[in-house]
Design a protein around this ligand. Structure first.
Ligand code: NDP
Ligand code: 8X3
Length: 249
């Protein structure tokens, strides 16, 4: 029987690439995000395995609950959950921070991850089987100037990944975390609220990672045999030493 993977944030960047990579491995895909037209495009693009789309905002716990509960019986046994949906909103010193940006980052990156996990976990625990991959960040390992709340949200993902691994060890559920560095996706455009020039500057002078670099790692993680858990991977661009130190040409 083929396995099922649910990927949050599958409308763009790392999540989209992950859905494509896991489909290549033969996983049936539950693709989620808010932009329904992009979910439909992805569904059309994946022709080798069945795809089910669910549009919801991870911040809305009722919507998350209803969406997961609405899955048809044959889609309910999710084997792999990739908690990827997330973004940075703004980059400013704490004293100039926006409450809306702070709410967005904590509600999406932390509480959204928890809400989705809360709805998907029971059947994994019941079946003593499953693998959760949380997308953290190098920003969950270091803090950098003006990154304050985004870094805090990703440090929370790091703590939760470790804590989930402990709590689920006797339940047969693996927990892994992937911590990417600079990946060129829509991430910086979202962070800088549509300012494409400022977003492009983030990757100027280096060869950044691309979404597929991260998706390949996730595909490798979930395809390890039962006795292996690749618990944590930090993946930086080749020209990157830390979140903020890079060899820019
Ligand atoms: P993108 O902006 O390309 O993708 C973000 C995805 O998250 C989209 O599919 C978006 O879907 C989804 N999303 C955002 N907000 C919500 C919401 N409220 N409800 C549901 N889905 C939501 O960025 P990336 O692919 O780069 O980011 C994916 C993850 O990787 C994030 O967790 C990010 O923090 C992390 N990361 C990214 C790095 C980078 O440099 N790019 C580095 C380290 C970590 P939609 O808008 O359709 O809802
Ligand atoms: C995204 C990577 O360094 O921009 O999480 O915070 S960074």
């Amino acid at each position: 029987m083929s396995k099922i993977a649910l990927v949050t944030g599958a409308t763009s960047g790392i999540g989209r690439a992950t859905a494509l990579q896991l489909a290549k491995l033969g996983y049936q895909i539950i693709a989620t995000g808010r932009r329904t037209e992009r979910l439909e495009e992805l569904k059309e693009e994946i022709t080798t395995v069945p795809v089910f789309t669910l549009a919801f905002d991870v911040r809305e716990k009722k919507a998350v609950k209803e969406a997961i509960a609405s899955l048809p019986e044959e889609w309910k046994q999710i084997d792999v959950l990739v908690n990827n949906a997330g973004n940075a909103h703004g980059l400013s010193p704490i004293q100039e921070g926006s409450l809306e940006d702070w709410d967005a980052m904590l509600d999406i990156n932390v509480k959204g991850l928890l809400y989705v996990t809360h709805e998907v976990l029971p059947q994994m625990v019941q079946r003593k089987k499953g693998h959760i991959v949380n997308i953290g960040s190098i920003a969950g390992k270091e803090v950098y100037a003006n990154g304050n709340v985004y870094c805090a949200s990703k440090h929370a993902v790091d703590a939760l990944s470790k804590a989930m691994r402990i709590d689920l060890i006797h339940e047969g559920v693996k927990v892994s975390e992937v911590n990417p560095g600079l990946v060129q996706t829509e991430f910086s455009e979202v962070r800088f609220k549509g300012d494409k020039e400022r977003a492009a500057n983030v990757y100027k002078g280096i060869d950044p990672l691309v979404a597929d670099d991260i998706a390949e790692v996730i595909a490798f993680m979930v395809s390890r045999p039962a006795h292996v858990n690749l618990s944590e991977v930090t993946i930086l661009a080749g020209a990157q030493a830390t979140a903020t130190i890079a060899n820019r040409k």
